[in-house]
Design a protein around this ligand. Sequence first.
Ligand code: ZN
Length: 128
Amino acid sequence: MIGVIEKTLSANHSHASQVSASLHVQHAGLISKVNHSCNPSCGISVNESGAHDFIAFRTIEQGEEITFDYAMRNYSIDYFPDPCLCGEATCRVHVDGWKGLSINKRLEYKGFIAPYLLQMKDKDSSTS
Ligand SMILES: [Zn+2]
């Protein structure tokens, strides 16, 4: 799924995408509607425009919902149900973004995340 940035935002909101340490954008089309999963089918790849494309992270079965892990693009997630409602057996329950992601999960997502996350300092994470 190809990402297109519709507009830059002055603040985060529930359908915003974080594209750098300090910038949130609104993606056009269905990108902003794709649900979170703690066992996602897609990951993030930044395209030439700076928007997020969704890349298959594993085999996606016919009829299966396309999902990604919000921690793949958001250092901190401010708008999310607590506990998580993804229903996966491996659900993390408390989803607070890249800052709270385990080292193992970070390694699993290698190559499928927004690159700026690798430059963020883990000031408030116990997983760094
Ligand atoms: Zn979950």
